[in-house]
Design a protein around this ligand. Structure first.
Ligand code: F0G
Length: 450
C-alpha cells in the first residue's frame, strides 16, 4: 500500500471537512471542522451529521433556487439528459448534495432510479388499501448501498485517498469494491468468515477488493477496521461515514417524487447497523423543510429477533441505552449486535413516530415467499419489512386506510443458497427429474391444469 502523503490529511491525521456544507456532532451538538480518521467527533467521539446552513434559510441558498416547484421541474427534466450526473438517481438531486468540490464528475454507476412496485396480494391479505415496495435491490450492485457509496467514494477520491475500506455483512463490501474499481482506487474488505452470502462475496472478489475473511462476526470486523484506519491511510466507508448517509437519503427524495410529492403514511425498513433508517429519516426531514412534502411518514424499523439490539433498547430503556447482543439470524445482512447508528435511529423513531419491531427467521422466510409469489424477489433481510408490517397491522399501528412503503434493500440473487434451501420446504417448487424428451415433459405437465 502506498504511504504517500495524502493531500488532505493534516498533521494530526484528521481529514478537513470540505466546503458547501457544515458538519455537527449528534452527541455534543458542536459544529465540527475536523473529523477523526474514524469520521467521528474529535471532542466526544460520537457520530457526525452533514448539515446545510442554507436549508434553514431557503431564500439565501447559494447552490440553486430551492423553490419546490423549480426543484421538481429541474429534477424531472434531468431524466431526459444523457449526462451521467443527470441520469444517476442520486446526483439528479444534487442541489441537496452540495458536497463535492467538482460536482460535475462524481464516481457513479448510474445508481438509484429504483422501481416502486404495488403489492396487491400482500395488501389484500392484510386488509390494507395500498402496500408498495421500493426495491433498492435494483441498484447497480444489487443493494441500497450504492446510493451512499457514489457520494462517499467521490469524497474519498477528492480528498486524495487511494485506499478505501469497510467491515461488512456483504453488501457494503460489494458496493464499495465496485465503486473503488470504477474510481481506480483500491479497497480493503473485512467480512465474517462463513457468514456472507455467496453473491456478495463473488462480487467483492471480482471487483478486486483485498478481501479478508475473519473468524469473528460483523461487530468484530468493525473493531479491527477501526484500528486499521488509525494506522493506515484507508478511508472508512462504513455507514458511520456521514457522506454515505447523504447519498442514501436520496431514496426518500426519489420515493416522494414517485408518489407525486406525497409522503406515504408509513415507510418500513430493515435495521442492521441502522445507517439506512437514519438516512431516510434525514431525507424526509429535508423534504419537509423545503416544503416538497407536507408531512413526515412514520419510519418503522424491523430487526431480526436474533439481532434486535435496537428493539431492546427502545423497549427496555425508552431509547436511552443500547446494550450490544450476540447476533444470530439467517438474514445475514442484518446479523449485527452493536449497531453504530443507533442514536440516529432512535431520533428518527422519535421524530417520525415510527415503531420498532423484531421478527423471527421463520416469519422472514414466509414473508420472502409471499413477495416472490407476487414476482418480487429480495434478500431475507429485505423481507423482514413485510414480516414486520404484518405485526404492525395486528397491533393496530398500521390502519387499513394507511399507505405503506416497504424498503426492499437487496436483490434476491445476492443469497441464492438461502432461496434454494427455502424451497426444500415448498415441494411444489422443487425441480422435477425429467427425460430429455417432449413426451416426458408433457406427461409431467398433465399433473398440472394447463
Ligand atoms: N438490508 C440489507 C440487504 C443490508 O445489506 C443491510 C446492511 C441492511 C438491510 C441494514 O441496513 O445497516 O443501514 O441498518 N448491510 C451492511 C453491510 C451492514 O455490510 O452490507 P443498515
Amino acid at each position: 500500500m502506498s504511504k504517500r502523503k495524502l493531500r488532505n490529511l493534516s498533521n494530526d491525521g484528521a481529514a478537513p471537512v470540505p466546503q458547501g456544507y457544515g458538519m455537527h456532532c449528534i452527541g455534543c451538538r458542536s459544529t465540527v471542522s475536523q473529523m477523526t480518521p474514524e469520521l467521528r467527533c474529535p471532542e466526544c467521539g460520537d457520530l457526525l451529521e452533514v448539515i446545510y446552513p442554507w436549508l434553514a434559510q431557503r431564500g439565501d441558498a447559494q447552490h440553486c433556487d430551492l423553490e419546490p416547484s423549480t426543484l421538481k421541474t429541474v429534477w424531472r427534466e434531468r431524466r431526459l439528459s444523457s449526462k451521467v450526473i443527470d441520469r444517476s438517481g442520486v446526483w439528479r438531486f444534487r442541489e441537496l448534495l452540495p458536497i463535492l468540490a467538482r460536482p460535475e464528475d462524481p464516481v457513479s454507476l448510474i445508481e438509484g432510479n429504483t422501481p416502486l412496485y404495488a403489492l396487491h396480494a400482500c395488501a389484500s391479505r392484510l386488509g390494507l388499501k395500498r402496500v408498495l415496495a421500493k426495491h433498492q435491490g435494483m441498484n447497480s450492485t444489487g443493494s441500497f448501498k450504492d446510493t451512499g457509496m457514489t457520494v462517499a467514494i467521490s469524497v474519498a477520491r477528492e480528498q486524495g485517498f487511494r485506499w478505501v475500506g469497510c467491515a461488512s455483512t456483504g453488501n457494503t463490501s460489494a458496493s464499495m469494491a465496485a465503486y473503488a474499481a470504477r474510481a481506480g482506487m483500491r479497497s480493503l474488505v473485512l467480512v465474517p468468515e462463513g457468514r456472507i452470502a455467496s453473491g456478495k462475496l463473488a462480487q467483492t472478489l471480482e471487483y478486486g477488493a483485498v478481501t479478508c475473511m475473519m473468524a469473528t462476526d460483523f461487530d468484530g470486523c468493525v473493531r479491527v477496521m477501526s484500528e486499521i484506519i488509525r494506522r493506515a491511510p484507508v478511508y472508512l466507508l462504513n455507514s458511520v461515514n456521514p457522506f454515505r448517509v447523504e447519498g442514501q437519503k436520496t431514496a426518500a427524495i426519489e420515493l416522494a417524487e414517485q408518489l407525486d410529492w406525497a409522503a406515504p403514511d408509513h415507510v418500513i425498513v430493515p435495521g442492521g447497523n441502522l445507517g439506512n433508517a437514519s438516512a431516510l429519516g434525514k431525507g424526509f426531514e429535508e423534504l419537509v423543510a423545503l416544503a416538497l412534502i407536507k408531512h413526515l411518514p412514520k419510519i418503522s424499523i424491523i430487526q431480526a429477533a436474533g439481532a434486535n439490539p435496537l428493539v431492546r433498547c427502545v423497549r427496555e430503556t425508552a431509547g436511552e441505552k443500547l446494550i450490544p447482543v450476540r447476533a444470530e439470524t439467517r438474514a445475514t445482512a442484518i446479523r449485527i449486535g452493536n449497531p453504530a447508528s443507533w442514536k440516529k435511529a432512535v431520533e428518527v423513531l422519535r421524530a417520525t413516530g415510527g415503531a420498532c419491531e423484531d421478527v423471527t427467521d421463520e416469519e422472514i422466510a414466509q414473508a420472502k415467499a409471499e413477495l416472490a409469489a407476487e414476482g418480487i424477489g429480495c434478500e431475507p433481510a429485505s423481507a423482514a419489512t413485510l414480516a414486520g408490517l404484518k405485526k404492525l397491522v395486528r397491533s393496530g399501528f398500521v390502519q387499513p386506510d394507511d399507505s405503506v412503503v416497504l424498503v426492499l434493500t437487496g436483490h434476491s440473487l445476492k443469497d441464492p443458497e438461502y432461496t434454494l434451501e427455502a424451497q426444500k420446504g415448498q415441494p411444489a417448487n422443487l425441480p422435477i427429474a425429467a427425460e430429455p424428451s417432449a413426451d416426458s415433459v408433457l406427461r409431467i405437465l398433465e399433473r398440472f391444469s394447463y
